[in-house]
Design a binder for this molecule. Structure first.
Ligand SMILES: *[C@@H]1O[C@H](CO)[C@@H](O)[C@H](O)[C@H]1NC(C)=O
Ligand SMILES: *[C@@H]1O[C@H](CO)[C@@H](O)[C@H](O)[C@H]1NC(C)=O
Ligand SMILES: *[C@@H]1O[C@H](CO)[C@@H](O)[C@H](O)[C@H]1NC(C)=O
Ligand SMILES: *[C@@H]1O[C@H](CO)[C@@H](O)[C@H](O)[C@H]1NC(C)=O
Length: 481
């Protein structure tokens, strides 16, 4: 009896442990298109502190990948679009790549690589077919190289695609099919993925549905309302994620691979740079998403657990703003690894902040602002333009967190961003004599004038200078001998 009770207690304990898994298998995208990336080891520690078990990268940079060794975090590495041609033309390149960038990480206690992403949204409409011809051959060559290295069972090549590779003729999921201009190619790709037991990776952005279409029903972007459902053959869809996901399920069905595994490669909500990109909406979106994921409900056509990677980990101040000013504000964390708002990855709705990056060092607390005493006012517009061309002014736009300041605030913001992104180089705070340095915090209201961090890039330079110095010393020594 006592033994039984003990066994039971252990069981209950195990169940509690399992259900308390903080991040329930949620993954994150780790992009670093930023002027001051954090040290990879700092980021990995942060992922672990938050119980995040899966990460998706946009390249295979060895410093980053190495930092994940022994972390217990599962990794998707990637080959950027502009390199696909190299692997589509020549199998030997694929073989070398797998040897250098995969096999080398697979020692005992090494990196848990699970997927290789071939390109990133290579068929995006706005690329006008630039990568269309290279993607599938590169996918085949990398998978073959993985197979021949004896890794094919464990590591799968796939290609993360934007949800714009399919559409619906009827506006409902059942009208779904792959986009006409790439349909034949998509059918070949999904059959290949299916034959290899590899997943289909799709990026779905409810925020963009809202951004691109003023008539899009706001409530449908979130998960907490059923005020504007789509009904499809008796199935009621109350949010755009489910509807979009099942449009893909229908497209796969029509392509002859109804059971192909689906991974959501990117999903998230930005917090600045647009009137609907703010912390209020982002929190509402993530709260709903985490609750949905925790319920294991899945979608009407694919009930069960969903495999999801959030986009993204950090605000990236050097991303292209072609898609919109919000593009630099997708981070769950700010540029310096500080959390933005409470979110509960476990879906239990606890209002707690994620654990921020530890041990982050900042540059000195000094700001570059417009000098109040300037005489030559007509130099201002050109200098502001210059600062905003090379630095990030995306928070200044209508709907942004720094919108609505007077011209003095505007220009100072731009000057400071440039100065910080230039690593506080004193020469970057001149602007034809319009600018001055100050140690008085220049932030105003909701508008943060940031101080940049001592970045990974910085230390890398330091490291290579040290290496250079050592090599020089050795050469000098040997010449003297
Ligand atoms: C391995 O990946 C790195 C970083 O992406 C790249 O620079 C390098 O060329 C790759 N190695 C091979 C043999 O392709
Ligand atoms: C892709 O291949 C097709 C057929 O071979 C060709 O017509 C097309 O011009 C190619 N596209 C690009 C961008 O090279
Ligand atoms: C500040 O800059 C923003 C964005 O450039 C602009 O919309 C706004 O009108 C500016 N405000 C002033 C007072 O110039
Ligand atoms: C400057 O002030 C802002 C807003 O009050 C604050 O969030 C920020 O931490 C301050 N920066 C520094 C370096 O003290």
């Amino acid at each position: 009896m006592a033994v039984r009770a003990k066994v039971l207690m252990i069981w209950v304990f195990c169940l509690v442990l399992l259900s308390a898994n903080p991040a329930q298998g949620i993954g994150v995208n780790w992009g670093i298109i930023m002027s001051h990336p954090l040290l990879p080891a700092t980021v990995v520690r942060m992922l672990k502190d938050n119980g995040i078990k899966k990460v998706k990268l946009f390249d295979s940079d060895s410093w980053t990948v190495n930092s994940l060794a022994g972390s217990g975090i599962q990794v998707m590495v990637a080959i950027p679009n502009d390199q696909l041609e190299r692997f589509s033309d020549d199998y030997d390149n694929a073989k070398d790549w797998v040897h250098d960038n995969i096999t080398s990480h697979l020692y005992k206690g090494g990196v848990d690589i699970k997927y290789v992403a071939i390109g990133n949204e290579p068929f995006l409409k706005s690329y006008n077919g630039r990568f269309t011809n290279h993607t599938f051959p590169a996918l085949k060559n990398i998978q073959r190289a993985l197979d021949e290295a004896g890794l094919g069972d464990k590591i799968k090549a796939t290609t993360p695609l934007n949800a714009d590779v399919y559409d619906s003729s009827t506006g409902t999921p059942s009208g779904g099919n792959f986009r006409k201009d790439i349909r034949e190619l998509m059918i070949k790709i999904v059959k290949f993925l299916n034959a290899n037991n590899a997943p289909f990776v799709v990026n779905i952005y409810p925020f963009l549905s809202l951004y691109q279409n003023d008539d899009f029903p706001m409530e449908f972007a979130f998960f907490d309302s059923d005020s504007s459902p789509i009904v499809d053959n008796g199935i009621k869809y109350t949010n755009v994620l489910d509807a979009n996901h099942d449009t893909l399920v229908w497209s796969l069905k029509k392509a002859g691979v109804p059971n192909l595994k689906i991974i959501i490669g990117e999903i998230g909500w930005p917090t600045d740079g647009h009137k609907k990109a703010n912390v209020h909406y982002a929190k509402r979106f993530y709260d709903g998403l985490f609750k949905k994921l925790a319920s294991d409900k899945g979608t009407p056509l694919r009930p069960g657990k969903m495999d999801v990677y959030l986009f993204g980990l950090f605000d990236e101040n050097m991303k292209s703003i072609l898609p919109g000013f919000f593009e630099r504000h997708w981070g769950i964390f700010r540029y310096d690894g500080k959390p933005k708002f409470p979110m509960d990855f476990s879906g239990q709705g606890h209002d707690k902040l994620p654990v921020g990056a530890k041990g982050v060092q900042y540059l000195p607390a000094q700001w570059c602002i417009l000098d109040r005493k300037i005489k030559n006012v007509n130099l201002v517009p050109a200098n502001m333009d210059y600062a905003c061309t090379y630095a990030d002014c995306s928070a200044l736009v209508y709907g942004g967190s720094c919108n609505g300041m007077d011209i003095y605030g505007n220009v100072s913001y731009a000057f400071n961003m440039y100065f910080q992104m230039q690593n506080q180089d004193v020469q970057a705070c001149d602007f034809q004599g319009l600018a001055v340095l100050t140690t008085k915090n220049a932030s105003r209201g909701s508008c943060l004038f940031p101080i940049e961090i001592v970045s990974a890039g910085e230390r890398l330079e330091l490291r290579s200078t040290t290496t250079l110095f050592l090599i020089l010393m050795i050469i000098i020594r040997f010449t003297l001998l």
